[in-house]
Design a protein around this ligand. Sequence first.
Ligand code: AMP
Length: 281
Amino acid sequence: MEVISEIKVLRSYIAQNKLQKKSIGFTPTMGALHEGHLELIRNSQKENDISVCSIFVNPTQFNNPTDLKNYPRETDKDLKKLKSLGCDTVFLPSASDLYEKDDVLNFDFGYLETIMEGKFRPGHFKGVGLIIAKLFNLVTPTRAYFGTKDLQQLALIQKLTKELFFDCEIVPVKTVREDDGLAMSSRNKLLSANERSNAVDLFKALTAAKEKLISGEAVKQAKDFVTDYFKNESKIELEYFEVVRTSDLKNVDQIDPNEEVSLCIAGYLGKVRLIDNISLI
Ligand code: AMP
C-alpha cells in the first residue's frame, strides 16, 4: 500500500497510472474508519484498477472549533484497516498543504446550503465543496464513492461535479448500520456506553415515521410523531426531521408514490451530533 502525504508525489503517482490507462476509484474520508468507509472502498476496488482513499479532517467544514478539536483521529489504526483491505493508495495530506492563508475561493450552493445540515451548520458545505474540488483536482478520479448516509453532501457533490465538469462518476453507497440499526459514524466513537445505547433512537424514529407514511398518514402527522417522540421518550435532542424529495431535497407535504422520498434527521446526544436518513421505498 502506498502512503502519500505530499501533493507532488501524489500527482506523479496519479500521472503514472493515467499513462497506463488505469481507472482510479477515490474515497475521500476524515478517518476513524469503520465498516461504512470500508464498504465504499470495497465498491471502489470492484469497479476500478486502483483505489485511492484520502484521510483528512478538513478544518474548513467545521463550523464549531470544539467539534474539530474533538473529532476522532486514529491514523495508525486506519492504515492497518486499509492495508488489510488491500487498498492501493492512501493520501494523507496536511492542512497547510491543501490550504494557503490567502485562499479566496468561496462556493455558494444556494438552496442546498440553506436547509437541514446547511441550516444548522453554517459554512459547512462551503468547506465540503472546497475540499472535494481540491481533492478531485489532485486525484482526478474516474469514479468517486460517497455514502448516502450524508444525503445532502451527496447531492451537493453531484452538483459540484456537474457544474465544474469533473470527468468523474459519483457512486452512491448505501448506509452501513450496526446490528441495532444505528448508522455507522466516526462520531459514534465519542459516545459513552449509555449514550451509545440511546443513539439508536434516531433510526427507531425514522423507521416508525416511515411506517406511518407508508400506511397513509400525512407528513404533518409523521412530523408531529417524531417531535413528540424526542420530547417524551428519548434522550436525544432533536435538531430537525424533514421529509424531502430525494432528487432535489425539497420538502414534501404529501407523499407522491411516483417520487422517491427521504426522511432525514439530526440530533444531539450529549455533545455528539448525529445524523441519519432512510428512503421511503
Ligand atoms: P466521513 O469520514 O464521515 O467524512 O465520511 C467519508 C465517507 O464515508 C462519506 O462519503 C460518508 O457519507 C461515508 N460514510 C460515512 N458513514 C457511512 C456509513 N455508515 N455507511 C456508508 N457510508 C458512510
